[in-house]
Design a binder for this molecule. Structure first.
Ligand code: FES
Ligand SMILES: [Fe+2]
Length: 399
């Protein structure tokens, strides 16, 4: 990598402009970060049945995640061991065998090559299985890792699961998936997600429901303390983990974090008016006022799970200047579209927030890609999470 670029990084400041546009840096990120980390792949409910698969791009590598006849999940490089064709060509499907469309080499769910027409007697099928990837699953979330020596998956699971396990994402269905195709670098998207310094001026809908921007507002100090206390007691009685209940998402030094926040007094979910958008609650909740279970990773994932729906995001960097953000909205598996919910109404709140964020990202993009861009300092408190994220990033890129 262009070492000179890292030398020009000043701790406490944003990254130099080249980090957002340089193809060499992007290639290095793909290698050091995306092919060497637990990458959010999708939801367990997308591959619920035997033989169900989903395909995705992880650090430039086509990957297939497939559930076998015993219900176990496998991940493989979705690259035929013959002449390199994609094996599974659809984004999702169900297949008893994975058959390459080029010359029909056929693989089992476990990746073993079980058929290779006319390759002759001496051909060693054993040596030509699909290359494996690591896969892990908890609370309805699937992560894959292409590293040969992945970091322990339980580090991630043990931190997120106490907050997310109660949200019912294993017993959900997809209400809506929407892909946002953005002409900006992926870090512009993640950095924006790591602070609410911009919320007051840009997200009127969001701040009318959440307390993120009010932590230093003396007028709401009493209300917030009361709300936190009341929610903690009630949630604990309902069996939720209340060790991380607060009103903002302070990141840890780790590459992942999770917490639970109450929505504003009188509201129960993240919707334009703070009231339910799905009549059937997730996870068997009977009380709608369960706050928002939030989680994220520095790699490509965030989640806001409410009592009536969950919203998750998967980020896929495509090039230095292009990023695809896939947004999911999940509801309880028993909720009926049209009767209990309208997908557009479920998506309205976060679609609005994201649309506002994409406008922010595009405006910032104009500046950071210009020759005169000079990164400024982060606000000490309000942007501490962005600073932590950038320090983590620099660490990964210079290790
Ligand atoms: S490339 Fe797959 S069978 Fe030939
Ligand atoms: Fe935002």
């Amino acid at each position: 990598m262009n070492v000179h670029c890292l030398n020009s990084y000043r701790p406490g400041h944003g990254l130099p402009g080249s980090f957002y546009t340089d193809p060499e840096i992007f290639a290095e990120e793909q290698r050091r970060i995306f092919r060497n980390s637990w990458f959010f792949a999708g939801h367990s409910i997308e591959v619920a049945g035997r033989g169900d698969y989903l395909t995705l791009d992880v650090g430039g590598v086509p990957v297939v995640v497939v559930r076998d006849q015993d219900g176990e999940l496998h991940a493989h490089h979705n690259i035929c061991r013959h002449r390199g064709s994609l094996v599974c060509t659809k984004e999702k499907g169900r297949a008893a065998r994975l058959v390459c469309p080029y010359h029909a080499w056929t693989y089992g769910h476990d990746g073993r090559l079980i058929g290779a027409p006319m390759m002759g007697e001496g051909f060693d099928k054993e040596a030509h299985g699909l290359k494996p990837a690591h896969v892990g699953e908890f609370d309805g979330l699937i992560f894959v890792n292409l590293s040969e020596t992945p970091s322990p998956f339980h580090d991630l699971r043990d931190h997120l699961s106490p907050v997310l396990a109660s949200q019912g994402m294993t017993r959900a269905k997809v209400a809506l998936i929407r892909d946002y195709d953005l002409d900006v670098n992926w870090k512009i998207v993640v950095e924006n997600n790591r602070e609410c310094y911009h919320c007051e001026g840009n997200h009127h809908g969001y701040v009318s429901v959440q307390y993120d921007t009010e932590n230093d507002n003396p007028a709401l100090k009493g209300e917030i303390a009361e709300r936190l206390g009341e929610c903690r007691r009630r949630w604990e009685r309902a069996g939720l983990d209340v060790a991380r209940v607060n009103t903002s998402s302070n990141n840890t030094a780790e590459w992942f974090r999770a917490n639970r926040t109450p929505v504003r007094k009188g509201m129960v979910t993240e919707s334009p008016d703070g009231q339910l958008v799905c009549k059937v609650l997730m996870a068997g909740f009977t009380d709608p006022d369960m706050g928002t279970a939030r989680a994220n990773t520095n790699i490509n994932f965030w989640c806001h799970a409410n009592s009536d729906y969950a919203h998750t995001v998967r980020i896929t960097p495509v090039s230095p200047t292009r990023t695809i953000v896939r947004a999911y909205w999940l509801v309880d598996e028993n909720a009926v579209e049209g009767r209990d919910y309208d997908p557009e109404a479920i998506a309205a709140f976060h679609h609005q927030v994201m649309s506002e964020d994409w406008d922010i990202c595009r405006r910032q993009w104009r500046g950071v890609t210009s020759p005169s861009f000079e990164p400024g300092p982060y606000a000490p408190d309000k942007e501490a999470n962005v600073d932590r994220y950038v320090r983590w990033y620099v660490g990964r890129m210079s290790a």
